[in-house]
Design a protein around this ligand. Structure first.
Ligand code: ADP
Length: 283
């Protein structure tokens, strides 16, 4: 079908230990009845403040965490019902990229080994073919072949994130779950990595779930936006609509937090005030 990922009524309850050993654990609902569809070849952003449940949703989509209720379907198949063979496929076709590249890359591995490893683990190609494939992947993420025998800590943050992207692409995934993937980068590098992700999307037909606390980056990458507050979806709309006509006070507050935008808004507010002041009174 057209929907590559479908999340239906996803809920996740954690059990929070009491401060004292005799206190009973209390249930805490981190994700509360979240539903969305990711259309093939598009980007759905999940935004919200820290603690709103975004990563918990990502973890359930990646099947790193089980939902308490509700389900995630990939290509129509419920993740909870998958055979071990289907799960192996899922691990190939849905890839994560995290804020900290060291979540997926090992600092003791050379860049070559880092990008080659998923191919090796999935038994893809001869060594020779894998070398060619790694070169190709590094080229795709605009890294020079020379970085192959370097180590992650010898690279810049932006280059390291490109390595994490190359590694995530090695197995030709269909879905990439980016969890704060550009948040640690400074604004210019952030823009470059977002452009790279956009280019890769059109070239390879990728679908992204793009998690961020920062609405400013959403505008550069997302087709539609899910705004989360305390585990719930408070707004879900096409990106342009979220920016021009937010329905929720909470979304407006997130928009106000975007640097530069407040100046833009303040400008229009002052103009608005002037117009109001000049408008003839009618009573
Ligand atoms: P976000 O990604 O939006 O910052 P998270 O999904 O990481 O939010 O967390 C949502 C809420 O769930 C937070 O209050 C967090 O403390 C809580 N939480 C996340 N993981 C666990 C866990 N394993 N055990 C208990 N609470 C958790």
């Amino acid at each position: 079908g057209d929907d590559v990922i479908v999340a239906e009524n996803l809920t996740r309850v954690f059990s929070i230990r009491g401060r004292a050993p005799w206190e009973k654990p209390t249930p805490f609902t981190a994700v509360d009845d979240v539903s969305f569809r990711l259309r093939r070849g598009t980007t759905t952003a999940i935004v919200g403040e820290s603690g709103s449940g975004k990563s918990t949703v990502a973890q359930m989509v990646l099947k790193l965490l089980e939902p308490t209720s509700g389900q995630v379907r990939f290509d129509g198949r419920d993740l909870a019902q998958m055979s071990s063979k289907e799960l192996f496929e899922l691990r190939r076709r849905v890839q994560p990229i995290f804020q900290n590249p060291y979540g997926t890359i090992d600092p003791t591995y050379s860049i070559f080994r880092t990008v080659e490893e998923p191919l090796r683990l999935h038994g893809i190609g001869t060594r020779r073919e894998r070398v060619a494939r790694v070169r190709d992947l590094l080229d795709k993420v605009a890294l020079p072949t020379g970085v192959m025998d370097r180590y992650p800590n010898e690279l810049s943050g932006g280059q390291r994130q490109r390595v994490a992207i190359a590694r995530a692409l090695a197995l030709e995934p269909e879905v990439v779950v980016c969890d704060e993937a550009v948040s640690a980068l400074d604004v210019l590098v952030q823009a470059q990595v977002l452009e790279l992700l956009n280019d890769l999307q059109s070239e390879l037909g990728l679908s992204y779930i793009f998690i961020t606390h920062d609405l400013a980056v959403v505008r550069q990458i997302a087709d539609d936006v899910l705004v989360m507050e305390q585990g719930r979806v408070v707004e879900h709309a096409p990106t342009e609509q979220v920016f021009t006509d937010p329905q929720q006070e909470y979304t407006r507050r997130l928009l106000d937090a975007i640097p530069g935008r407040s100046i833009e808004l303040a400008g229009s507010r002052i103009l608005g005030d002037l117009e109001e002041a000049q408008a003839p009174t009618t009573d």
